[in-house]
Design a protein around this ligand. Structure first.
Ligand code: BES
Ligand code: MN
Ligand code: ZN
Length: 500
């Protein structure tokens, strides 16, 4: 596979004589300019401060102004990026880097430099560089049919320029990690964007095997329907009853720190969700090819963790099926027995995500996990509640919930917590089984969370509903979320000595 990933590096010293196709300088809308921007301004004979004074450059967050052949600099372009209110808040810095990346990638520049001195301030250079690298990777993503490495723009090299030599090493480590995360994000986006007739459960299994080949530290196992039947995964198998596509349970295990109990990530892998017999309306049904974005995100995390050789023990579980109606499909009113032994009355075949997840979550217990997090495009109700700003976060464990919320803030990939009170759980009562698979029209995301909670009593668990965050509808495209959040969380579990 040809790899034309972006190359990243860091250097210390003046940007004035630095040869690059595009020098990017963060600039506020007010004078005096911060130190590093002021030095560039001086080399330009005061052109930047003149633009600010005249009001031609407002410095609004993410505003971009491109100058060609700036006299006094070795760079062939100078890109001013507005920093908004001074000093920019952590979230502003992420937005500003994303805006810079989009602007740079919109030019023919093959190389670019980002002047980071004024942005770094008290910030931790590794974390800063990590986010910068992954944001530049993200901005370079383009879906191209038949091209595994579709790319936007011509950029091949990005250099972060700082002031102090001592920062180069930490910036470089952050860039390496960020590049790995960016790669994971873009491969997840590609899987999401692929049409449902290409990205089938079998295709996801194949991708997992390929990942295992690329990273010998990752072992991959794929259970077929026969093996799942032996394990009595009746809930999962009920979802695949209507399609000719074989279903699988994919397991990937990476032992970068084998002595530890693993983090287990479970990703919903419905490669197309028609609703089944409870057929969805036609409008936007095509977007249900994205119903495997949870699966794609855990594959992306595994890719990043293995590429960066992080000292973690990580297991990813992917239950993957296609949900279609047919003469053999499961019907509303059918009762199935899950792997846990609990019986489930299927009142709506469109509430299928929880059915495949509950068996995978029961299976997860055999890893004696330190923590289990499932990631799923689970409910339309979550899109209604939180839109695309935040993923829904559900957990009975306050510590884990706080850690995940913090990881979301730090990476700009936010989540918002919703409750799992027993009063909601009561909506899942069934006359004919231990539990119904829907809880009525009220609080749909929460009752879905309560359903999963019933299968996760043996370990520390959280659920992320990414129905609103995993893809954009206009223009359509997968986002790779919540990989930034998950990576931040996992990195937070590694102690500074790097051994756990
Ligand atoms: N995959 C959908 C959830 C979804 C819908 C995500 C729209 C993003 C946009 C899920 O399988 C589903 O169909 N959920 C139902 C649950 C209902 C039947 C209780 C829903 O949200 O309507
Ligand atoms: Mn559904
Ligand atoms: Zn679904």
């Amino acid at each position: 596979m040809p790899d034309h990933a972006l190359e990243f590096s860091a250097r210390a010293g003046s940007v004035i004589p630095f040869k690059t196709d595009c020098l990017t300088v963060p600039v506020p809308g007010k004078l005096p300019l911060p130190t590093a921007a002021a030095a560039v301004d001086a080399a330009l004979g005061g052109q930047i401060s003149a633009l600010v004074t005249a009001g031609d450059f407002t410095g609004a967050l993410g505003a971009a102004l491109m100058l060609h052949q700036p006299a006094g600099l070795a760079a062939s372009r100078l890109l001013l990026i507005g920093t908004g209110k001074e000093p920019p808040m952590p979230r502003d810095v992420l937005n500003l880097i994303a805006a810079a990346a989009r602007a740079v990638l919109g030019t023919p520049a093959k190389s670019a430099a980002l002047l980071v001195t004024d942005l770094l301030g008290e910030r931790e250079p590794t974390a800063f560089a990590r986010q910068a690298a992954r944001l530049f990777c993200e901005a370079g993503y383009k879906y191209r049919p038949g091209d595994d490495n579709g790319k936007r723009g011509k950029l091949a090299r990005l250099t972060l320029v700082c002031e102090e030599r001592s920062q180069v090493r930490t910036l470089t480590r952050g860039l390496e990690l960020g590049a790995a995360i960016g790669k994971g994000i873009n491969s997840a986006r590609r899987l999401g964007d692929l049409p449902g007739n290409v990205c089938t459960p079998g295709y996801l299994a194949e991708q997992a095997r390929e990942l295992g080949k690329r990273h010998p530290g990752v072992s991959v196992r794929v259970l077929d329907e026969k093996q799942m039947a032996k394990l009595k995964m009746g809930a999962l198998l009920s979802v695949t009853a209507g399609t000719v596509q074989p279903a699988y349970l994919i397991t990937l295990e990476y032992r970068g720190a084998a002595a530890q109990a693993p983090v287990v990530l479970v990703g919903k892998g419905v490669t197309f969700d028609s609703g089944g017999i409870s057929l969805k309306p036609g409008a936007k049904m095509d977007e249900m090819k994205y119903d495997m974005c949870g699966a794609a995100s855990v594959l992306g995390v595994m890719e990043a963790v293995a590429a960066a050789a992080l000292p973690l023990h990580l297991v990813c579980l992917i239950p993957t099926v296609e949900n279609l109606p047919s003469g053999t499909a499961t019907k509303p009113g059918d009762v199935v027995t899950s792997m846990s032994g609990k019986t489930i009355e299927i009142l709506n075949t469109d509430a299928e995500g929880r059915l495949i997840l509950c068996d995978a979550l029961t299976y997860a217990a055999r890893y004696k996990p330190a923590v289990v997090i499932d990631i799923a495009t689970l409910t339309g109700a979550c899109v209604v509640a939180l839109g695309k700003q935040a993923s829904g976060l559900f957990s009975p464990n306050d510590t884990l919930a706080a850690e995940l919320l913090a990881a979301g803030e730090a990476s700009g990939d936010r989540a918002w917590r919703l409750p799992l009170w027993k009063e909601y759980d009561e909506q899942l009562k069934s006359n004919f089984a231990d539990i119904a698979n829907i809880g009525g029209p009220e609080a749909g995301s929460i009752t879905a969370g309560c359903f999963l909670a019933r299968f996760t009593k043996d370990y520390t668990w959280a659920h992320l509903d990414i129905a609103g965050t995993a893809w954009n509808s206009g223009p359509k495209g997968a986002t790779g979320r919540p990989i930034p959040l998950l990576m931040e969380y996992l990195l937070g579990r590694i102690d500074p000595a790097g051994n756990a």
